[in-house]
Design a protein around this ligand. Structure first.
Ligand SMILES: C[S@@+](CC[C@H](N)C(=O)[O-])C[C@H]1O[C@@H](n2cnc3c(N)ncnc32)[C@H](O)[C@@H]1O
Length: 366
């Protein structure tokens, strides 16, 4: 058997900006970091209540943790420290009763092969209490041997689809997404094509993790999401990508890029609801749900102009590489200037009309 079941024709991945310069992901990912602080208590509780250290201790002296879609840091280091401290607390609380020894920890940092692993590995925290390894490849395929992992963590990564849904690029399809790069202000056909791709990807993610995880192991997922049954146009975060699409169309109207280039560029990102994620867990059947919650929006104070600058920089850190590949580098500064101006206008809208936030899900392998 091949050790990796990734699709052979996987499209080129969208990569976060590398390094640690002005537009890098490492310097423009504070929303994700703030979100981790919000969910920390839920991680602590889930581990304290549901991690079965008796059965894990009987199968292994070390605990293997994977961060799927870790990017370049530093958020992943904070996340790994949070998990390890919660597990150590659990061991310390129980070792008096049962005589367990603290396990050694090994962290597997996973992302696409072209992710900037150099920045990641050269900025590992000096006092870290775990061994490290890098695992390149898509989490939509197999990454680890059978029953190998004890803890899987993934934050702000599962909203990235394995591909742009084919129909939205097909001129002959009712789901053709002409003049837009995202689904949140598009037709229902476009939104449905994105939803179907997410369901397929989420099913694959759980299918492969079910094979790779030891019984009793736990998964912690955090994704930007939406309230159940809310219309895509109300997605928190959708307004950012809609504003980016509209900025690209402005450049097309000025003749700086072609409209056909915009039509053939769509972002493979989907903001799911808790209902959609739970449906996938139920279809899979290998995990029990420990905790599932949509928490408050992470985008903070919509009236704060400093934050608008931060959103613009964050989106630039996330999509710049893919935009340069598709449209060329000449338009980048003009595009993001226009994008910033649009965000300033959109931010004056009522933030309560957006029904987004972050979804936290804790699962346990049966
Ligand atoms: C927004 S960043 C989040 C990084 C980090 N987890 C955090 O919370 O700051 C999303 C990361 O997921 C990675 N990613 C997206 N799809 C992936 C896939 N199929 N396999 C592995 N990594 C993926 C991207 O390359 C990117 O580094």
């Amino acid at each position: 058997m091949s050790s990796n079941n990734n699709k052979t024709s996987s499209p080129e991945p969208f990569l976060m900006n590398s390094g640690n310069g002005t537009y890098s992901y490492s310097r423009n990912s504070r929303f994700q970091r703030e979100a981790l602080v919000i969910i920390k208590m839920m991680i602590d509780e889930a581990i304290a209540e549901k991690l079965d250290i008796q059965s894990l201790s009987s199968i292994s002296k070390s605990l293997r943790i994977a961060d799927l879609g870790c990017s370049v840091g530093p958020n992943t280091f904070l996340a790994m420290q949070t998990l390890i401290e919660a597990i150590e607390n659990k061991y310390e609380a129980e070792c008096l009763k049962h005589g367990y020894r603290l396990p050694e920890f090994q962290v597997f940092f996973n992302d696409h092969a072209a992710n900037d692993f150099n920045t990641l590995f050269s900025s590992l925290p000096p006092g870290k209490s775990y061994f490290v390894a890098g695992v390149p490849g898509s989490f939509h395929g197999r990454l680890f041997p059978e029953s190998f992992l004890h803890i899987v963590y993934s934050s702000f990564a599962l909203q990235w689809l394995s591909q742009v849904p084919e129909k939205v690029l097909d001129k002959d399809s009712p789901a053709w997404n002409k003049g837009r790069i995202f689904y949140t202000s598009a037709s229902d056909e476009v939104a449905n094509a994105y939803a179907a791709q997410f369901a397929e990807d989420m099913d694959n993610f759980l299918k492969f993790r079910a094979v790779e995880m030891a019984s009793g192991g736990m998964i912690f997922l955090m994704v930007p999401g939406v309230a159940d049954d809310c219309h895509p146009s109300q997605s928190g975060g959708g307004w950012l990508y809609d504003a980016l699409g509209s900025s690209l169309m402005d450049l097309a109207n000025k003749g700086l890029i072609s409209e056909a280039q915009v039509d053939s560029f769509n972002l493979p990102v989907y903001f799911a609801s808790l209902k959609e994620i739970i449906s996938s867990v139920e279809r899979n059947g290998c995990f029990s749900i420990v905790r599932a919650k949509l928490t408050d929006a992470i985008l903070g104070n919509y009236d704060d102009p400093v934050n608008i600058q931060a959103y613009a920089l964050h989106i630039r850190a996330v999509v710049e590489g893919s935009i340069v590949k598709h449209f060329g580098s000449e338009i980048i500064d003009d595009l993001f200037d226009r994008f910033f101006q649009k965000l300033t206008q959109v931010a004056n809208l009522d933030p309560l009309s957006y029904k987004g936030g972050q979804i936290f899900v804790a699962l346990k392998r049966k």
